[in-house]
Design a protein around this ligand. Sequence first.
Ligand SMILES: [Mg+2]
Ligand SMILES: [Zn+2]
Length: 176
Amino acid sequence: MTYEVVYLDRDGTINIDRHYLSTPDGFEFCDGALAGMKQLSAMGLDLVVITNQSGIARGYFGQKELDAIHDVMREKLKAEGVSLAGIYACPHGPDDTCACRKPLPGMIHQAEKDLGRRPGLMIGDAVRDVQAGQAAGLHTIGLFSPERATELDEPATYLATNLIDAAQWIATKNEG
Ligand SMILES: [Mg+2]
Ligand SMILES: [Zn+2]
């Protein structure tokens, strides 16, 4: 298997989870996230962000604030030579019965429609990230402990400690 696309959760995976981050100044990369994304990008993989942002449905912030955060994220990544192939955000809440909120695979399906379906992986720090990837038929990397992984019906392809670990694992698969 040679991976070509990495779908990444945002909060708790790329940036430190501030629980409904609503301003760009609270955006801070998780340990290893920038280095891991740099490595993935250098390996030629497309990086696509897949994020639940129910803070919009809950009225904590609006699309404008979310866009401002994503502009800053893109700038910080660009400064390190990393560009994103796309950002998909679900603005709905748990009771909105939308098709995009993870663990549903709607945002991944939309990304595949926009960017083409290629072999990929979904990476995230929550069980529902792995579930969304599995529902889309992707391989998955969970950034969580084996204890939390027991909540999954189907095991994640790999459990990593951070995005550097994840990128190194992907590198060995893509070389092999
Ligand atoms: Mg997360
Ligand atoms: Zn949604």
